[in-house]
Design a protein around this ligand. Structure first.
Ligand code: GLV
Length: 310
């Protein structure tokens, strides 16, 4: 019985330490040293190459390094019926909350302006705006989105949220749902944060017509998936000034190609898909717990739902 570790762009040392200590009865193999493919029962995966999964006839589950599993499900030859387990490590969620907070403050507290002012040696305090007078819109209300929304609300921001299905509005956050309520949500979002998962339903969900619903001079933080917010529509609204600035961590094509105009746009900040970097130790332990659950005949958590697409 073997666990195949295939974590592209990741320092696998802390992962291996946990797997080797905690899964003593299991052979830990590192891709591309697969050995006999019949031995592979589990894959710890981030961007595992397409057409590989179908070579492992005894695969019991795929454990995703990421909360999003589109890097697995978009494999056109993915064998059907193999459980895919998403990452829901608390450390990942916490880091995404911190990433969101950092960039919300960047815009809310005018730090992006002060960076420009410094290059002109300009001493010019901007007007104070209270967090309660700033509305943040969080799009995508799964575990991560809800926690981002709640953490910003706890800091005093006015937070609205949008998700595909209805959520109980809490004292802190006003929730919107479905196609019919999307514009009402966007109209309020001075800073829009996207954390939707990429599914057939969310692909290209935010195009020019949705972006136009944002208030004039609003900001966009995309830390979900690239193909959800239409890149060229975003660029044209940045160029027109309707959107004042954007921070993008995810893109249609990653790594972002050299000739993509987003790289050099003065109102765009790019981070290389790091908003939710997994903490190797805790995330590996999250996978170990799920492997143990499966070995004991219990259901792993959280399981990808092919009908919902996440
Ligand atoms: C990162 O992109 C993730 O899916 O967690």
């Amino acid at each position: 019985m073997a666990l195949l570790v295939s974590l592209t762009d990741t320092d696998i040392a802390p992962w291996l330490k946990v797997f080797q200590t905690e899964l003593s009865g299991m052979d830990i193999r590192i891709y591309p040293d697969v050995g006999d493919p019949c031995d592979i029962e589990y894959v710890a995966a981030w961007q595992h190459p397409f057409s590989e999964y179908k070579k492992y006839p005894n695969l019991k589950a795929i454990l995703s390094l990421g909360a999003g599993v589109d890097h697995i499900t978009k494999d056109p030859e993915l064998p059907s019926g193999i459980p895919i387990v998403r990452m829901a490590d608390n450390a990942l969620t916490r880091d995404m909350c911190l990433y969101a907070l950092h960039w919300v403050l960047h815009f809310h507290s005018d730090y992006y302006r002060y960076a420009q002012q410094q290059s002109n040696k300009q001493w010019l305090p901007q007007d104070f705006v209270s967090p309660r007078d700033r509305t943040i819109g969080v799009m995508g209300l799964g575990n991560i989105g809800k926690q981002i929304a709640e953490s910003l609300a706890t800091q005093g921001f006015n937070v609205v949220g949008w998700g595909a299905s209805e959520k109980q509005t809490t004292g802190l956050i006003e929730y919107f749902h479905g196609k019919e309520q999307m514009n009402a949500f966007l109209n309020k979002a001075e800073i829009l944060i996207n954390v939707l998962p990429l599914t057939d339903a969310t692909r290209n969900r935010v195009t020019e017509s949705e972006l136009r619903q944002l208030p004039q001079g609003s900001f966009v933080i995309n830390m979900g998936r690239g193909c959800i917010v239409n890149e060229s529509d975003l660029l044209s609204l940045l160029n027109s000034g309707h959107i004042a600035a954007a921070v993008l961590d995810v893109f249609d094509i990653e790594p972002l190609p050299d000739d993509n105009p987003l790289w050099s746009h003065p109102s765009v900040t790019i981070t290389p898909h790091i908003a939710g970097q997994s903490d190797g130790e805790t995330a590996a332990m999250f996978m170990v717990d799920n492997i143990r659950r499966i070995e004991h005949g219990e259901a792993p958590f959280p399981l990808y739902d092919p009908v919902l697409g996440y």
